[in-house]
Design a binder for this molecule. Structure first.
Ligand code: MG
Length: 391
């Protein structure tokens, strides 16, 4: 018979170094327990149901939304991160619900148009405290989501918020109380957070190879000198002589992901065994425990370096991103000069918060909404047609 008892550490086989939902540091506003779910399951569910999560569908990282339907969006990226992070979490006896909650929320604060959008918004806000997407993710879950009667934001557990705030300047950390303390004291977050962070890296390195090839912006031969890809490609070609095209790419990438995940679990287990953490607080006090082995770190860094030069700095991507930055600047200037251009609820926020409210509004936009607003405010179209289809 199904039991409605909340999971306990003993029942759920959590390792001693895992985050225990029964021992959470709690929420900012007290709430009744989420029975039959655990506290971290409730966080995961709140993230999935929030507006910012749905917007991830129309936000991109490398390819702008109009460029094609087959590329990753931030939504599919976040789902891939959650899948990879859960596999690693299970291999390490971690709390999978917390790993998943952090993974699904990790990009909620991203602006439209990926890093180009964030850089442009940061430049616009330079004399008003700047803009940083990690802090913005926290702002989304702490303040900006407006769906509960008793509080602003999603009122997530400390451990989920700790995982969402991956990086933070010492200056910003000083204003964040308990949550910012680790950046000042140079402590680590939970292993669940460390794993979600590395799963993000595994996901984007691999899917950017896939999307890069699919778009035609990188070619298969360019990857011949990239050890991680080339080694697995040879293995695939040995196993399936004559394999080519999408099947070759997919078979190679799935092996790369598996290799990275397996290596990460192995190295992290070794580090856990050496450090001997007996609680989540021991994890926080130790050196980073989740890590790739040194040879794998080298191979992953080589791949990353390749993507930077060949894809992220590809002239076609550069051109699109330069236009995206211009769209962000024009939107910011227009709203800052005339807040009556904003929807009514945001006008009120400008009175209370100044330009931070303008940044919040723009950061929340999807790529396509930003492009529509740009057309409405300037009468111009920011982009021509997208990339030709590469099925
Ligand atoms: Mg990410």
């Amino acid at each position: 018979m199904a039991s409605s008892t909340p999971p306990s550490r003993a029942a759920s086989a959590l390792a001693p170094w895992a985050a225990d939902p029964l021992a959470s540091r709690g929420r900012r506003h007290r709430e009744p327990p989420p029975t039959p779910r655990s506290e971290f399951q409730r966080d995961r569910d709140r993230i999935v149901h929030c507006t910012a999560f749905r917007r991830l569908e129309y936000k991109t990282q490398v390819f702008v939304n109009h460029e094609g339907d087959l590329f990753r969006t931030r939504l599919t990226h976040s789902i891939e991160v959650a899948q990879i992070a859960r596999s690693i979490g299970r291999g390490l006896g971690l709390c999978e619900d917390l790993v998943e909650a952090i993974a699904l929320a990790h990009d909620l604060g991203h602006t439209p148009f990926g890093h180009a959008g964030q850089d442009a918004l940061d430049a616009c806000m330079r004399t008003h405290g700047g803009f940083e997407h990690n802090l913005q993710s926290l702002r989304v879950v702490d303040e900006l989501e407006q769906c509960y009667g008793g509080f602003d934001g999603l009122n997530l557990c400390f451990e989920t918020r700790e995982g969402i705030l991956k990086h933070c300047s010492r200056e910003s950390a000083a204003g964040l109380g308990e949550l910012g303390a680790r950046f000042l004291e140079r402590r680590q977050p939970s292993l669940e957070a460390q794993v979600a962070n590395l799963a993000d890296e595994i996901a984007y390195n691999n899917h950017d190879v896939d999307d890069g090839l699919r778009s035609g912006l990188i070619r298969l031969e360019q990857l011949d000198d990239i050890d991680l890809f080339a080694g697995h490609r040879r293995e695939v070609e040995r196993a399936y002589p004559g394999i080519a095209g999408r099947r070759l790419v997919h078979e190679t990438i799935r092996r790369m992901i598996n290799d990275l995940v397996t290596d990460l679990i192995g190295e992290t287990r070794r580090r856990i065994a050496a450090a001997g953490p007996r609680s989540i607080d021991d994890v926080r006090a130790a050196a980073p425990l989740a890590a790739f082995s040194a040879p794998m770190r080298e191979r992953a860094t080589q791949l990353k370096g390749f993507l930077h030069v060949a894809l992220y700095r590809h002239p076609r991507v550069d051109e699109v991103m330069a236009r995206a930055r211009a769209v962000m600047r024009r939107l910011f200037e227009a709203y800052a000069a005339d807040p009556s251009l904003l929807p009514e609820e945001h006008r009120g926020r400008v009175e209370a918060l100044g330009l931070r409210a303008v940044a919040d509004y723009i950061a929340g936009m999807t790529d396509r909404f930003a492009l529509r607003e740009y057309a409405r405010l300037t009468g111009e179209t920011a982009f021509g047609p997208g990339l030709p289809d590469h099925p």
